[in-house]
Design a protein around this ligand. Structure first.
Ligand SMILES: Cc1cc2nc3c(=O)[nH]c(=O)nc-3n(C[C@H](O)[C@H](O)[C@H](O)COP(=O)(O)O)c2cc1C
Length: 246
């Protein structure tokens, strides 16, 4: 069973090569408006998006995100920020003090922001655009904040390259559903077998995609990826932006 929407969702793949075609202001406006229609925790709408079109800024952001050339090459680069700055203003307008500290508030901002970003990507794809999210925006958050003039209480969560696709990409297989869907209770028993199946399925995929250069499947890649803390500077950066994670 499927609908137009589920077929669109399930045909997702990240796109990292784009044609020179620009995105019309009308399309971009509709795509960004779709972002705002994501649900939001307590309707805090704790997010903002910075639309970057300037070649010079995209070039700098490409370097800041770890020399990701698609950041420079895409016609539009979006930076999605968790944003408590406007909530502070709302407090000031009403004689209150913002309490932005704590992991829970941070989660609210990050989750709200991610929901917006995914709506934007899906809306963009419905117009024939493609894109990729860029967590590399958190590689050098201070430089990003300076370039984009981000005020206190705003945190770049993810970037997004958008443009018309200039590549055909095989879909990256997802985990078997025993490792995803659990009926009534978490079914630990099925996980290992599912991961073993996925190891060979994903290894074959990576081998095809890299012409034999990458032969590790998902479990091997993840084991090497999640074995150390990443972007440890984020805690300090978030604090510098005025949010103490405690
Ligand atoms: C929050 C987030 C951050 C990501 N950051 C990057 C990134 O910095 N660079 C990149 O090339 N892809 C990035 N990706 C894309 C993922 O690598 C990609 O979604 C994943 O490998 C699955 O592949 P698919 O999207 O083609 O299905 C990111 C995806 C998400 C959701």
């Amino acid at each position: 069973m499927s609908t137009e929407v589920t077929r669109l969702i399930q045909s997702h793949r990240s796109i990292r090569k784009f044609t020179d075609e620009t995105i019309s202001p009308e399309i971009l406006s509709d795509v960004l408006t779709s972002g705002q229609w994501a649900p939001s925790s307590h309707n805090v709408q704790a997010y903002s998006v910075i639309v970057v079109r300037s070649d010079e800024s995209k070039k700098q952001l490409s370097i800041m995100t770890g020399n990701q050339k698609w950041v420079e090459e895409c016609p539009v680069f979006l930076v999605f920020c968790a944003d408590f700055y406007k909530l502070k203003q709302a407090c000031e307008m009403n004689g209150e003090t913002l309490a932005a500290d704590g992991v829970e508030n941070f989660l609210v901002g990050a989750v709200d922001t991610a929901l917006v970003a995914q709506n934007v990507l899906l809306a963009a794809r419905s117009y024939g655009l493609g894109g990729v999210m860029i967590g590399g925006i958190r590689n050098n958050p201070r430089e990003v904040a300076e370039l984009l003039d981000l005020p206190p209480l705003t945190i770049p969560i993810m970037g997004m390259c958008l443009g018309y696709p200039a590549q055909e990409v095989e879909q990256k297989p997802r985990l078997p559903q025993q490792a995803y869907i659990h009926e009534e209770r978490y079914q630990k028993e099925g996980i290992k077998a599912a991961l073993e199946d996925y190891e060979s399925l994903s290894a074959a995929y990576y081998e095809r995609r890299t012409n034999g250069k990458q032969t590790d499947g998902w479990t091997k890649q993840m084991a090497h990826y999640v074995n150390k803390p990443r972007r440890v500077h984020m805690k300090e950066f978030v604090k510098e932006q005025g949010i103490q994670l405690n």
